[in-house]
Each structure stands twice: as structure tokens, then as C-alpha cells.
Design a protein around this ligand. Structure first.
Ligand code: ADP
Length: 504
């Protein structure tokens, strides 16, 4: 819990990053790095110290309009649509290489901007980001329609064409800033769309650094990729409502997801949404606790628990409940909480003062409703940063707010179960408006796969949690969203199907 960064473990910012911050990050619109037209800026704070580390331009409706028009031109008239799939794939692959080449700089920016431990951004955010470009690059040459056989009288030649949807508006959150940008940009570009990406106002630095590297090192035609940042209610809303945008891809809260759907309705844009979650983790009596304890700890506290698929509801059989909770509590109390830019840090601060207030409010609500705080529940003394220690709540019941609502912080709620009837357990796991992810811990393969079938969620992990790969489709059932990112499904998000029928 040492807040003072020992000099041996503090990371000195790469000179290229310092230069980028000092010069003032800019938008990428129509192939050029530009300021916001109104000259407005947003202060970007290091969540570990609450100090301002950069000022970034703030996009308003007029900047969004410029970016959308550039993307429109690049799609309708530009050389982009005339590139071969192989040429497009190469550009997407090369973007992955650019990110990999600058990985350490990006890892530092994520730690500075989001607060996450640099060990995590190096090991998770960065590899996932560039591997997403490598994986999606391969799809550019594999998009294919089908030949079809109509049953009408006469003879026909019929086939489908798979065409890019057009101009895509992409709105991303602050929890995995570069990785979310990669999940959005890579499939859209591989499919042949042009893009306006709006980074989150809390964490725009890595996306704006990517914008700079696209200008300096990539060969995309002007207007194919546009990157801006700004507030949700202004810049985000303008993008979602823009009549020249063909599709919106959004990741964020369920509440804002519903606003996006309303805004998109004006021109009936296509919409995909990756929204909130309240993932259950079910620990059966036969689980290997030597794996389940670190697994549940990681599931709950990775990325400060600010993950839509974080373990938020532990259901453990009563025969192993105490042992599991003691184990997770012990592990949680040893997590080194500190600044993201300290290599010794294992958990950083929450992203913002607002987020700290929100999550702390949930801990208080748990206390008020009778939950017991096993560990955590408080910040770090002597710091202005937005820290909250890893927190475990027990004595919970299904009616509590902390069990029902998404907390989006390092707070996990544990309940014991007695009855191992799978349908009953699955009903408890499914007793939520969300359906993004779940994990199951058991050594019985039959139980594991039966539970996988019964839980209504887009991702099921068995004897693991937080395993991500570009090949694995990711998205939600119920109010966790529409559509899937990653895998072949991600490409589908950016394609229209056209049926062509010729009478012979
Ligand atoms: P979180 O709760 O994780 O901050 P939000 O859903 O508020 O998630 O934000 C995710 C992204 O959505 C951010 O880029 C934010 O700027 C954007 N956003 C917020 N409100 C709106 C809105 N009304 N319209 C469009 N985008 C929005």
C-alpha cells in the first residue's frame, strides 16, 4: 500500500510521450492533426495524483460534422473503396505493427491516463490491441457472399455481395482506452468502412497518440480514420445523431446505450452495443480452490474491477464458502495498490473522482443494507488519487442494490448456496437484466458444460476468468448489448448483404 513511488520501480515517461503531451495532443480529421474549431480543451488528470497532465481539444458538433464529412468523402469518392482487399488488409496489419513498435509508450500513456498498473497495460492492453489488428487484417481477404438457388419457376443465377456499411461512428469508454479503439477500428477497416472514433473524455491520450502515429507512420488515405474526443452529451450525441453516419458502434453503460439507440433512430442507423454486466462466478464444492482463489481474485480486481465482465457476484457452495472467501480476502489484502506508473503496483486508482464517488456510494449502500465488508471499503490515506482498496462484501442477498446493479469498481459481493440443482443455480445467476459474462469453477466437466448452456451470457469461462482473444466473439445477451465484437462476428457488424438475382 506504499503510495510513494520507490525510485527503483517508478517508470520515467518515454521522451516521445513527454513530447506528445507537451506539444498538446490533436484530433485526426481528414488526414490532418487539428485543434477543435472552437478552441475548447479538456483537462486530463492522472488519477493517481489528481494532477492535470495534458490538455486535449474538445470536439463539439461542428468538429464531429467535419470528421463525418471527411469519412463520407473517403468512403464515397476516395481511393479507399477502390483498394483491393489485400491492400486494405496490409494497412490494417501495418497499424498493428505501429502499435507494437510503440507498445511501451502506449503502456505508459494508459497507466498515466486511466490509472491502471503499467504491468497490466504491458501484459494485457497492448498485446490485445495489436493482436486485434493482426487478426482482423486477415479477414479483409476472406469476406465472401454465397451462390443461392431460388425455387421460383425459371432459371436464375443468384448470389450475395457483402459490402461495407459505409461511415461508422465509434464511441468508446475509458476502461481499456487503446484496446477498445482497436476492437472498434480493426474490424471496421478490414470490412472496408471509414470511421469517426470518439475516445472517452476521461482517457483520450492513447487514441490521440494513435492519431499522430497514423499521420506519421501509416498510409491510410485521408479521411478513412478520423479520431476525436469530447464529452458524451455533446460530441458523442452529435455523432450518434449525424444523418451521414451509417452505423454506430458503441461501448459503454447500458443507460447511454439506450440514448444511442434513440439518437440513431432518426436515420435508422445500424447500431451495435457492448454495454454493462453483472457477471456471476459460481464455485462448486469440487472446485480446485488453488485455481479458483487466484482466479476469482483476478476476476474481481483486474483493471480495478472497472470491467464490464468483472466477477461481481460470487456464488460459492456453503461447504467451501469460508475457505474461498478467506483465500480471496487474503489475496485481496496483499494486492499492492498504488500509482499506475509504478512497476510494483498491482492495482491502480479508479479512473476519476466521479467514479470513486459512485463506487464508494455502492459500498455504503451495501453496508446500509446489511452486507459485511470483509476487506477494503476504504481509500488510501495520504493520497489525492482516486484509490479504493479491493473490497469484498458478504452477507449479501439478491434484493440488495450491490447485487443487482453494476458497480464498475473493485467491489465483489459473495453469497453461499446450498442446493446444487443446476437449474436453480442458473436461475440465480440469470437473475439480472445483464448477460455479458459468467464463470464456473468445477472439476466436473459435465456440470461445467451444463452450466455453460444454462447461463444467459455472451461469454462463459470455465475454470478461468478474463481470458480474451481476438478470435473469441464478445458481447451480451439481454441488456448487455446488441451484436458481438471480435471473431468473424465483428466483421459482420460492418457489412451489408445484397442479393443479386439474374433471370437466365
Ligand atoms: P461510463 O459509465 O463507463 O463512463 P458512458 O456510457 O458514460 O460510460 O461513456 C462511454 C462513452 O459514451 C464515452 O465516450 C462517453 O463520452 C460517451 N457518451 C456518454 N454519453 C453519451 C451520449 N448521450 N451520447 C453519445 N455518447 C455518449
Amino acid at each position: 500500500m506504499n503510495l510513494h513511488v520507490p525510485s527503483s520501480t517508478a517508470v520515467a515517461l518515454d521522451p516521445a510521450i513527454q513530447k506528445f503531451l507537451d506539444a498538446g495532443p490533436k484530433f485526426l480529421i481528414d488526414g490532418k492533426l487539428v485543434q477543435a474549431q472552437a478552441g475548447a480543451t479538456i483537462d486530463i488528470r492522472n488519477p493517481a495524483t489528481a494532477q492535470v497532465v495534458a490538455k486535449v481539444p474538445e470536439a463539439r458538433a461542428e468538429d464531429i460534422d467535419l470528421a463525418v464529412k471527411a469519412a463520407r468523402r473517403a468512403f464515397d469518392q476516395g481511393p479507399w473503396s477502390r483498394l483491393t482487399p489485400a491492400e486494405r488488409g496490409k494497412l490494417v496489419y501495418k497499424l498493428g505493427e505501429i502499435i507494437e513498435r510503440h507498445a511501451e509508450e502506449f503502456a505508459q500513456l494508459e497507466a498515466l491516463d486511466n490509472g491502471k498498473p503499467i504491468s497490466e497495460s504491458r501484459a494485457a492492453d497492448l498485446p490485445i490491441a495489436y493482436n486485434t489488428f493482426y487478426y482482423m487484417a486477415g479477414w479483409a481477404t476472406k469476406i465472401a457472399g454465397a451462390t443461392l438457388s431460388p425455387s421460383n419457376a425459371g432459371e436464375y443465377h443468384a448470389y450475395t455481395l457483402r459490402e461495407p456499411i459505409g461511415v461508422v461512428g465509434q464511441i468508446i469508454p475509458w476502461n481499456f482506452p487503446l484496446m477498445m479503439a482497436a476492437w472498434k477500428l480493426a474490424p471496421a477497416l478490414a470490412a472496408g468502412c471509414t470511421v469517426v472514433l470518439k475516445a472517452a473524455e476521461d482517457t483520450p491520450l492513447s487514441a490521440l497518440r494513435l492519431a499522430q502515429l497514423i499521420v506519421d507512420e501509416a498510409d491510410f488515405p485521408a479521411g478513412v480514420i478520423n479520431i476525436v474526443t469530447g464529452y458524451g452529451e455533446t460530441a458523442g450525441a452529435a455523432l450518434a445523431a449525424h444523418p451521414q453516419v451509417d452505423k454506430i458502434a458503441f461501448t459503454g453503460s447500458t443507460e447511454v446505450g439506450k440514448l444511442i439507440v434513440k439518437a440513431a433512430a432518426g436515420s435508422l442507423k445500424r447500431v451495435t452495443l457492448e454495454l454493462g454486466g453483472k457477471a456471476p462466478t459460481i464455485v462448486f464444492p469440487d472446485a480446485d480452490l488453488d485455481r479458483a482463489i487466484p482466479g476469482v481474485t483476478l476476476g474481481s480486481f483486474f483493471a480495478q474491477g472497472q470491467v464490464c465482465v468483472a466477477t461481481t457476484r460470487i456464488y460459492a457452495h456453503k461447504s467451501i464458502f469460508d475457505k474461498l472467501i478467506e483465500g480471496v480476502r487474503d489475496a485481496a489484502s496483499k494486492i499492492r495498490v498504488g500509482p499506475g506508473l509504478d512497476t510494483a503496483t498491482q492495482m491502480g486508482p479508479l479512473v476519476s473522482a466521479t467514479q470513486l464517488k459512485r463506487v464508494s456510494g455502492y459500498v455504503q449502500s451495501g453496508r446500509d443494507e446489511g452486507a459485511h465488508v470483509q476487506v477494503g471499503g476504504e481509500g488510501l490515506t495520504g493520497s489525492d488519487g482516486y484509490f479504493l482498496k479491493p473490497t469484498i462484501l458478504t452477507n449479501a442477498n439478491p434484493a440488495m442494490k450491490v447485487v443487482r446493479e453494476e458497480i464498475f469498481g473493485p467491489v465483489v459481493v459473495a453469497q453461499a448456496f446450498d442446493d446444487t440443482a443446476l437449474d436453480k443455480l442458473a436461475a440465480e445467476a440469470n437473475d439480472t437484466e445483464y448477460g455479458l459474462a459468467a464463470s464456473v469453477w468445477t472439476q466436473n466437466a459435465s456440470i461445467a458444460h451444463k452450466m455453460a448452456k444454462r447461463i444467459k451470457a455472451g461469454t462463459i469461462w470455465i475454470n478461468c476468468h478474463h481470458v480474451f482473444d481476438p478470435v473469441l466473439p464478445f458481447g451480451g445477451y439481454k441488456q448487455s448489448g446488441w451484436g458481438r465484437e471480435n471473431g468473424a462476428e465483428a466483421i459482420e457488424n460492418y457489412l451489408e448483404t445484397k442479393a443479386v438475382t439474374m433471370a437466365l
